[in-house]
Design a binder for this molecule. Structure first.
Ligand SMILES: N[C@@H](CCC(=O)N[C@@H](CS)C(=O)NCC(=O)O)C(=O)O
Length: 210
């Protein structure tokens, strides 16, 4: 049995998982999916139906992205991303995956949550609420180049794919928003060789009839 990843390129959770796998050097089979047509085998491994889903060499199923990132780094952590105040890292990641993601989704997909909303007349209160998190990042990044200090850690890697979605929702606004440090921090991560390497396009995995 080989290690196996079900992934969706544009999913920020899957991105964080793929980055962990990449730096750890673990070998696995990549199966690219689309969310509206999930392979039955993926649902057999993890009925909750979210990506990423990883099956380890030992057959263990990891279907939470932060667990996959931690698992990968526990095998091999060449950049010492775990060498940090893990309690603070967990707090920032929980805020990202909780309140920040909540507001991001409602900002990014406003029309999905509000029948009357079209881009242009959406209620931007969710952007404003997401900005509370960004203000905290900006303060941190004014003091040092990464969220937790002088070096990159698991917190930066776990969080920046979500900030990328936030920034891409309205790029003009983001470019002139009062968060220059967060903007530079995001650009550094998005332009990194690591990120580019996990964003290569894979053909859809075809499971056919069998
Ligand atoms: N808590 C999960 C969340 C993963 C998640 O929600 N992924 C989204 C894609 S970005 C998904 O698979 N959604 C299922 C769907 O849209 O059907 C994790 O961290 O892995």
């Amino acid at each position: 049995m080989s290690a196996l990843l079900y992934s969706f390129r544009r999913c920020p959770y899957a991105m964080r998982g793929r980055m962990g796998l990449k730096v750890s050097g673990l070998n696995y089979e990549h199966r690219e999916i689309i969310l509206r047509n999930k392979p039955p085998h993926m649902l057999e491994l993890s009925p909750k139906g979210t990506v990423p889903v990883f099956r380890t060499l030992d057959g263990e199923i990891i279907d939470e992205s932060i667990d996959l990132l931690r698992f990968s780094l526990a095998q091999n952590d060449p950049h010492d991303w775990l060498d940090c105040d893990l309690e603070v890292a967990e707090t920032l990641i929980a805020n990202n995956d909780g309140p920040f993601k909540h507001h991001l989704d409602r900002y990014k997909y406003a029309s999905r949550y509000d029948d009357s909303a079209q881009r242009g007349d959406v209620d931007l209160s969710h952007r404003a609420q997401a900005e509370e998190t960004i203000k905290d990042y900006e303060t941190r990044l004014e003091a040092h180049p990464y969220l937790l200090g002088a070096k990159q850690t698991i917190a930066d890697i776990a969080i920046f794919p979500f900030m990328r979605q936030f920034a891409n929702t309205d790029r003009d606004w983001w470019q002139s928003a009062p968060y220059p440090k967060t903007r530079d921090w995001l650009a550094l991560h998005v332009e990194s060789d690591l990120f580019k390497s996990v964003m290569t396009k894979f053909p859809l995995w075809e499971w056919g009839e069998g």
